[in-house]
Design a protein around this ligand. Structure first.
Ligand code: GLN
Length: 539
């Protein structure tokens, strides 16, 4: 078995430079050269996982097949590579400390004083090599969250230093992502912050081998030479990452700059000439030159922060490309709808998604939106909370079940059509206790969903505590509003459809997590197709 090679990605100067996209882009390029690649992310915060974080903090919480609640960068990894990630791909300081402390309580350390070095760093190193257990990967890319120089990143940086020492120089390399700011008053790009962050890394015993420089303007030859000389990297290892219209262009830009070549050379791995990136190029080509344009309303309560609905937005892009269409997303704040639903805004939409969410805020607005699109035949896609709200809307407005609601929003509702699952009632811990990860679903033979998926047995990822209350099955569903999919073991309702409507589907799961560039999600593809048809009708 050949030695697995390690690439570490650190960030300098400022946060939000897009380390996740650079890591995913490099992985894509290496994958296109027929290397098997994994990516993992280490986050320096104390939450055990991001599941308990409000989306305003770090954006969406991404859920893996095995039910881990993870950082949204894992979504980029899956969307770019089309390979599922797992619990092991995202580790936080909280998790590292939790396992070290658990071991201490079990007496594993045999009376030793437990310290950051070596115990925390050993645990980090162990976890950094966990994906390598079966030797499945040629290259493992590890993204270190945060910015070099932060106090909380120090144990990670020290672990990387030790690991490089142990693995040997030819088996590991460090990519440092940095910012080259442009001072408009001086009309100049500045290299000093980068020099300083490379130096900070050096003080911890780590030499950056490759610099990826985020910039708004082209780096000149002189500037590249200067960066190479002062930061002690080879000239060809100064990689420009200029702002682009879409993240899907980044791998192509990185290839032009030779990032894959520099990395493979440094790791003593051969270049392979393949055409495996051609479908990706075709995807970007269509994305940039679509034949059609449609407008989809996204109704949610976190719409101020785009990252809150990351996977949905990306799934819409994938499905748009599949339909040769640019999807313009119109954010609609569900709380604002509670005051007034502007018909003119909705009538200009070609489809509406009601987003997932937690808590009461904005839910009445979501119900109002659903009533409008149901009555006006506007394609509707309800995801998780969006599906629950569609059930409530039908219960109230068609079945006259007074004040029907979810017990999450109103514990006293006379008609709890959405209710807490039995096994959730006793729980006191919030972290990691929802219905999470992949669950099977059996679709009804004559349902639209079966037609869309082209199979009756599907598996989709979940993240919720509440469910359709099966006691209302008879009262609620009829010839127009139907159950289209259930979990085969528990009979929990997973998919509902309004058969009188051109496209009205609500799903208890999160299809957006499984949409990738090479495998756009069938429900999103079909929804966009219906939206295109709706747009045609309006003409
Ligand atoms: N709050 C709802 C529940 O817990 C829906 C969750 C979601 O939309 N992800 O069931």
């Amino acid at each position: 078995m050949s030695q697995t090679k390690y690439v570490f990605v650190t960030g300098g100067v400022t946060s939000s430079l897009g380390k996740g996209i650079i890591a995913a882009s490099l992985a894509k390029l290496l994958q296109a050269q027929e290397y098997s690649v994994a990516i993992q992310k280490f986050d320096p915060y104390l939450n055990v996982d991001p599941g308990t974080l409000n989306p305003y903090e770090h954006g969406e919480c991404y859920v893996t097949e095995d039910g881990a609640e993870t950082d949204l960068d894992l979504g980029h990894y899956e969307r770019f590579l089309n390979v599922p990630t797992s619990q092991a791909n995202n580790v936080t300081t909280g998790r590292v400390y939790q396992s070290v402390i658990d071991k201490e309580r079990q007496g594993v350390f045999l009376g030793k004083t437990v310290q950051v070095i070596p115990h925390i760093t050993d645990e980090i190193k162990h976890r950094m090599q966990l994906l390598d257990k079966n030797g499945d990967y040629d290259i493992i890319i590890t993204e270190i969250g945060g910015t070099v120089g932060d106090i909380e990143s120090l144990p990670y940086i020290e672990s990387v230093r030790q690991l490089i020492y142990e693995l040997g120089d030819e088996n590991a390399l460090v990519i440092h992502l940095t910012l080259i700011p442009y001072l408009s008053a001086a009309g100049e790009l500045k290299t000093k912050p980068t020099q300083h962050s490379v130096k900070t890394l050096m003080e911890s015993g780590i030499k950056a081998n490759v610099l990826v420089c985020r910039t708004e303007h082209e780096l000149t030859e002189d500037l590249r030479n200067k960066l190479a000389l002062f930061c002690n990297v080879k000239r060809e290892a100064v990689i420009q990452s200029i702002d682009v219209d879409t993240i899907y262009e980044v791998p192509l830009k990185m290839q032009e700059e030779g990032l894959d070549k520099v990395v493979l050379d440094r790791l003593c791995l051969p270049q392979r000439n393949t055409h495996l990136l051609d479908p990706w190029k075709a995807f970007v080509q269509t994305l940039k030159n679509p034949a059609h344009q449609i407008r989809i309303g996204l109704v949610g309560k976190y719409v101020e922060l785009q990252d809150s609905y990351k996977s949905i937005l990306e799934a819409l892009i994938h499905a748009g490309v599949q339909n040769q269409a640019r999807v313009e997303v119109v954010s609609i704040h569900s709380e604002h709808l509670e005051e007034a639903l502007e018909q003119a805004v909705f009538d200009r939409l070609d489809g509406v998604i009601v987003a997932p969410g937690f808590g009461q805020r904005g839910t009445e607005g979501k119900i109002k939106a659903i009533e409008y699109v149901r009555k006006n035949n506007i394609p509707f896609f309800g995801i998780c909370l969006g599906m629950q709200m569609a059930v409530i809307e039908y219960a109230r407005n068609v079945k006259n079940l007074s004040n029907a609601n979810s017990t999450e929003m109103d514990e006293q509702t006379p008609n709890p059509v959405i209710d807490l699952m039995e096994d959730q009632k006793e729980l006191s811990n919030m972290g990691g206790t929802m219905r999470l990860g992949a669950w099977a679903c059996q679709l009804e033979k004559d349902s639209k969903s079966n037609h869309i998926y082209n199979t009756q047995s599907i598996s989709e990822r979940h993240r919720h505590r509440y469910e359709f209350n099966n006691q209302y099955k008879e009262q609620l569903f009829d010839d127009d509003f139907k159950i289209a999919g259930v979990n085969p073991d528990t009979q929990l309702v997973e998919v509902v459809e309004n058969t009188k409507h051109p496209w009205f589907i609500g799903v208890q799961f999160h299809p957006e997590y499984k949409s990738t560039v090479s495998n756009p999600h069938p429900l999103f593809v079909s929804f966009i197709k219906a939206a295109l048809a709706h747009a045609q009708l309006k003409k």
